[in-house]
Design a protein around this ligand. Structure first.
Ligand code: F6P
Length: 384
């Protein structure tokens, strides 16, 4: 195995021959195109690629789930959603033992990388998976990161794989929610993923023309939601043919949104390996409040994991292929401890390599001053 030999992440001691690629955290459309990009470019640059099953877990659990990846294996992967390598939320620095205590098993990961004869690892993931990659890189492992998450909350890059497809998925549901809401005359509250960032909620809400969009970056007031509903719906929704007032409304709420006087709504007491609570339930809380505090009928729906489902959009295919190929180039050039980053989105995008520690301890959230109308609870500047 090769180790970086300096603070600049460059090394030239031995030619890299064998790359292990893994995908960790929540799956996202765009990962399989990225793997294809890695494999195609690697073989062009004379390197061999193997896939490591289920993220960092594969490097902790012998017998190791290692899949040889030839170009012929991944030829059709660009059309596949999810990740054909499998994924897990494994934190080698905090792995539960038989007693349920969390122990640091990072040295096993490093030893196993060596045992598998890997000269470098390409880790595709979000803040958690790449956070592990950043720490392993600081310990001398030759690593390159590829950014993915439907939350689009990674620092150091404009684009994260999966966002565009999730945006399409969520927008479709917002559109489809209009017919039942309109037929019956109710307020449809739609809960969208994104953890503590509102990118997915804000842009899907704008694309699907929701009337109100609530995001974690700006705690909302119930009274303001009611008055916005009133200005849209009038006093009631029981007037199907009133030209002034539609009889339904759509609210998009990010799972991490919360009221000024309230708190984050979580599903249960469980936390994942990185200490994140499972967010969920704000849509039902809001719908109940609308029912009890106003004259409007309300329904809630939590969109859940299908938001991440289905085949990658054209943007995710292209960005995945570009990201994967760029990561393979970085490995071939010995440019370790870096993450592929994009300014802009294809076709207008510039790729570069940024320090992978950019992802540590911070997330990228919606720039409220630039994009969010805090009075109308909507995308700024579009008159809604
Ligand atoms: O980070 C991606 C994401 O889909 C978040 O939007 C969501 O909060 C979380 O993963 C759900 O976690 P899990 O897939 O473990 O249920």
């Amino acid at each position: 195995m090769l180790f970086t030999n300096g603070t600049d992440g460059k090394f030239s001691m031995t030619k890299v021959k064998r790359i292990g690629v893994l995908t960790g955290g929540g799956d996202a459309p765009g990962l399989n195109p990225a793997i294809k990009g890695v494999v195609y470019r690697s073989s062009e640059r004379g390197m061999e690629t193997v896939g490591l099953g289920d993220g960092w877990l594969s490097l902790l659990n012998p017998p190791f789930d290692v899949v040889p990846l030839e170009w012929s294996t991944v030829r059709r992967w660009d059309r596949d959603g999810g990740t054909n390598l499998g994924s897990s939320r494994t934190n080698p620095f905090q792995t539960p033992n038989e007693l349920g205590e969390r122990v640091d098993r990072s040295s096993e990961v490093i030893a196993n990388i060596e045992k598998l004869g890997l000269d470098a690892v390409i880790a595709c993931g979000g803040e958690d998976t790449l956070g592990v990659a950043a720490r392993l890189s600081q310990m001398g492992v030759a690593i390159v990161g590829v950014p993915k998450t439907i939350d689009k909350d990674l620092s150091g890059t404009d684009y994260t794989l999966g966002f565009d497809t999730a945006l399409r998925n969520v927008t479709e549901v917002i559109e489809r929610s209009r017919t039942p809401a309109g037929s019956h005359g109710w307020v449809q509250v739609i809960e969208v993923m994104g953890r503590h960032s509102g990118h997915l909620a804000l842009w899907s809400g704008a694309a699907g023309q929701a009337d109100i969009i609530l995001i974690p970056e700006h705690p909302f007031r119930y009274e303001r939601v009611y008055s916005l509903l009133k200005s849209k719906l009038g006093d009631s929704t029981s007037h199907p043919r009133d030209p002034q007032h539609p009889r339904y409304s759509v609210i998009v709420v990010a799972e991490g949104a919360y009221a000024e006087e309230g708190e984050l709504i979580i599903m249960d007491d469980r936390h994942d390996a990185f200490g994140h609570p499972r967010l969920g339930g704000i849509s039902e809380v809001l719908a109940r409040r609308i029912l009890s505090d106003t004259s409007y009928e309300a329904r809630s729906v939590v969109l859940g994991h299908p938001q991440r489902g289905g085949p990658p959009s054209p943007v995710d295919r292209i960005m995945g292929l570009l990201f994967g190929a760029r990561a393979a180039d970085a490995v071939a050039d010995g440019d370790f401890g870096k993450m592929v980053s994009s300014r802009g989105i294809a076709p207008a995008c510039d790729l570069s390599m940024v320090d992978i520690t950019a992802v540590l301890g911070r997330i990228d959230t919606v720039d409220v001053a630039r994009f969010y109308d805090t009075d109308r609870y909507h995308l700024k500047g579009i008159g809604m």
